[in-house]
Design a protein around this ligand. Structure first.
Ligand code: FES
Length: 377
């Protein structure tokens, strides 16, 4: 057996595996180290530097997400120097963009009142669409950082609202690159990348075109990865975002994978779908259907009672009438042409349980294995 390798973080000793970083060991042992650019499972880039820690003997602070743990390494995760560094990183980020989330000029202990004041004065369009869910905002609270005193640099690039589902607000982008990694390493779509240089740097799709004109498949993985409000859905700019949502964990019904999703429900209506986090089988990822294909649930065009075609025209009917007609017709077809002349087409827009019942009915009652479903968005 090889010698056990250990690292000391904040005066506590921990063992570690050969491929673990300082951040991995810290998080595994419930030691808080903030991250912004770090995306679990993707190659560490060390782009944002918010995860810096002090390592004994090292000349500078090191990015814990990109530094492998080493035997006998001694780490301090929140020394004074570390805190000072993190505060200046946050301050610079807040000053370079449109982060009107009520931190910059915070002068009161009552956040909620202040938020309401900003809301009243700025109007909903201008208040950050991810207020309360932004990692940068969280860190500004945690480290009590304001950007007062620093010159405000505005974004060169206008908001992009021409895409289905996704709004890109470059004025809030902190260039952490998580969206690029999510697109490239998680979904393997390669639709976006860093473009231009220096102060002009921008996350671009293709040759800097709108997402809708690029290879983007609108899976929304980039929205899930964005730690700030630079990538949001249309919904995020609507007033409902201030109303509390009820979270309902469920299974996506679009295909047989069984992706775990979380519905955000307000007044019995789904307003947003997230992945349910780092759980199998999708481990945080979703496709365009699972993430955005939920409008049909509350569509006013949904049928609420059966229709029967009479003389070429669909007419309203009772459930008894409709069920009798279907039962008689299926019995007749089966008698005349056999079970295999019948096929049952179910839908991705009903629950898995309902699909199960439909196939059971097809196999056990109609005696056919001709079962399929339509997964159209
Ligand atoms: Fe480590 Fe960004 S989280 S550098």
């Amino acid at each position: 057996m090889g010698k056990e390798t250990t690292i000391t973080i904040d005066n506590k000793r921990f063992t570690f595996e050969p491929d673990e970083t300082i951040l991995d060991v810290a998080h595994r042992n419930n030691i808080f180290i903030p991250t912004l650019c770090h995306l679990k499972g993707a190659t560490p880039t060390g782009a944002c530097r918010i995860c810096v820690v002090e390592v004994e003997g090292a000349p500078n602070l090191v990015a814990s997400c990109a530094t492998p743990a080493a035997n006998d390494m001694v780490v301090y995760s929140e020394s004074q120097e570390v805190i000072k560094d993190r505060r200046s990183i946050i301050r610079l980020m807040l000053s370079s963009g449109h982060h009107n989330c009520a931190i910059r000029d915070f002068d009161t202990k009552d956040w909620t009142q202040f938020q309401l004041k900003v809301l009243e004065e700025d109007g909903t369009q201008d208040l950050c669409p991810v207020w309360g869910e932004c990692k940068l905002q969280d860190l500004a609270y945690r480290y009590q950082v304001k950007a007062k005193g620093l010159p405000q640099s505005e974004s060169k690039y206008p908001m992009e609202r021409v895409n289905p589902f996704i709004i890109r607000d470059f004025s809030r982008c902190i260039l952490c690159g998580r969206c690029v990694q999510a697109c490239r390493e998680v979904q393997v779509n390669n639709a976006i990348d860093f473009g231009y240089r220096g102060a002009d740097t921008k996350i671009v799709a293709g040759a800097d075109v709108a997402l809708k004109d690029s290879d983007c498949v609108f899976c929304g993985e980039c929205i899930e990865a964005c730690p700030v409000g630079a990538l949001v859905t249309e919904h995020a700019l609507k007033p409902e975002r201030f109303v509390k949502t009820q979270k309902v964990r469920t299974t996506c019904s679009y295909c047989g994978v069984g992706c775990q999703i979380e519905l955000n429900v307000q007044h019995n209506r789904i307003i947003k779908v997230n992945s349910a986090g780092d759980v199998p089988p999708n481990n945080g990822s979703l496709c365009v259907k699972g993430r955005f294909g939920f409008d049909f649930v509350a569509s006013p065009e949904r049928l609420t009672s059966p229709l029967i075609r009479k003389n070429g025209k669909l007419e309203g009917a009772t459930w008894d009438e409709a069920l009798d007609l279907v039962a008689d017709s299926l019995t007749q077809v089966k008698k005349d042409h056999g079970s295999d002349s019948i096929g049952v087409l179910t839908s991705a827009r009903v629950t898995n349980e309902e699909n199960y019942i439909a196939q059971k009915f097809a196999r056990a009652v109609l005696k056919t294995n001709n079962v399929d479903h339509c997964a159209r968005l």
